[in-house]
Design a binder for this molecule. Structure first.
Ligand SMILES: Cc1cc2nc3c(=O)[nH]c(=O)nc-3n(C[C@H](O)[C@H](O)[C@H](O)COP(=O)(O)O)c2cc1C
Length: 337
């Protein structure tokens, strides 16, 4: 069992939490555990793996999420991920994608706990880092707390000790999109609390709908950790409070321009190695939350940062705008804080 401090994690989000976003988030919080987007293990074993698994050493602690259903293939991918230095492998048993019907993965696997346990056990035998699971409270006709407890009771026999629970069920047949499955089924935090009470030996992390640190603190009275997704991505400056609010850090939170300055060398190096500026700055557009600061910053990033060939001068321009917005007495700053 690892001693990773998972009190607050940033959720895996496909298309969002790639390495550029994770590096940016790490400049805002030194403590949160960051998660990759989900990837099929075949992409790591057979594909252009460097492209998919490359990360920056500053991202630690960083977990990689796999989605699949073949124990041997998952184990081989997990081994490679450990070799390159990831801190944790997370197994996705929560994605409601319709594709999961053809080649089972994600939430579809909640109906096959024995297979989930085999996948986790195979990965657990292949690596020394923790192998964890992210799942739902149930799928389709599964109602109430008991299906979750039965699932966890079976799956923990694999040796998996960390359960991240998205506290709503997934409708695999009824709801048309993964997005609807993040919004429509009601949240049941009480099930997640009860799981921790009944399985005190497990590390239980609650996910879904957490948008304030005061809520996170309340959850942490009942469970071991909280995973935050959409708010952290859309309003990354919210994360600037977490080190003080939850991890007890003494340093003041970094200002937006300071966060951007921390990214400067990274952006320069990535540009030199051929990354487009827009692929990095698109994760930063939400740094300012309220108009007019948000509008001025976003306009610069969207208009100047988007064209092919946008260079470091555009990023330096974004820092200059941020400096101006943060100057004492700036009307724009007042709307940010
Ligand atoms: C754009 C997007 C992509 C997502 N991709 C994944 C994914 O790859 N793996 C996963 O386990 N969950 C994924 N999720 C679900 C989140 O990890 C999280 O469970 C969900 O957003 C609920 O947390 P929140 O209410 O704090 O956002 C995704 C969510 C969003 C918004």
């Amino acid at each position: 069992m690892s001693d990773l401090d998972r009190r607050v994690c940033i959720a895996p989000m496909m298309g969002w939490t790639n390495r550029h976003a994770r590096y940016f988030h790490r400049q805002i919080s030194r403590n949160v555990v960051v998660y990759s987007e989900m990837l099929a293990p075949e992409a790591i074993i057979l594909g252009r793996k460097d492209r998919y698994i490359h990360y920056h050493p500053e991202e630690h602690p960083v977990a990689f999420q796999l989605g699949g259903h073949q124990p041997k293939v998952l184990a081989a991918a997990a081994k490679e991920l450990q070799r390159v230095g990831y801190d944790e492998i997370n197994f996705n048993v929560g994605c409601p994608s319709k594709k999961g019907k053809i080649q089972p993965f994600g939430a579809h696997l909640m109906k096959q706990p024995a297979l989930v346990a085999r996948c986790l056990a195979a990965m657990g035998e292949a690596v020394d880092i923790p192998v964890t699971i992210k799942t739902r409270i149930g799928v389709d006709e599964q109602e109430g707390y008991q299906p979750l407890a039965d699932f966890v009771g079976q799956v923990k026999e694999s040796g998996c000790k960390v359960f991240i629970i998205h506290a709503r069920k997934a409708w695999l047949d009824g709801l048309s999109t993964p997005r609807a499955n993040r919004e429509v089924p009601p949240l049941h935090y009480d099930y997640v609390y009860r799981l921790k009470r009944e399985f005190p030996e497990l590390t239980v992390i609650l996910n879904g709908g957490v948008t304030e640190w005061i809520e996170a603190r309340e959850h942490l009275r009942h469970v071991d950790g909280v995973m935050v997704g959409r708010r952290a991505y859309k309003e990354p400056y919210w994360l600037a409070e977490v080190d003080r609010e939850i991890f007890g850090a003494a340093e003041p939170k970094p200002s937006p321009p300071e966060i951007l300055r921390r990214c400067l060398d990274y952006v320069q190096q990535e540009l030199e190695s051929g990354t487009h500026l827009r692929d990095m700055v698109r994760h930063m557009v939400g740094l300012y939350r309220n108009a007019p600061a948000a509008a001025a910053f976003r306009r610069h990033i969207a208009m100047e940062g988007n064209p092919h060939g946008a260079d470091l001068s555009v990023f330096l321009g974004a820092i200059r705008i941020a400096d101006r917005l943060s100057r004492p007495g700036s009307a724009m700053l007042q709307s940010q804080t």
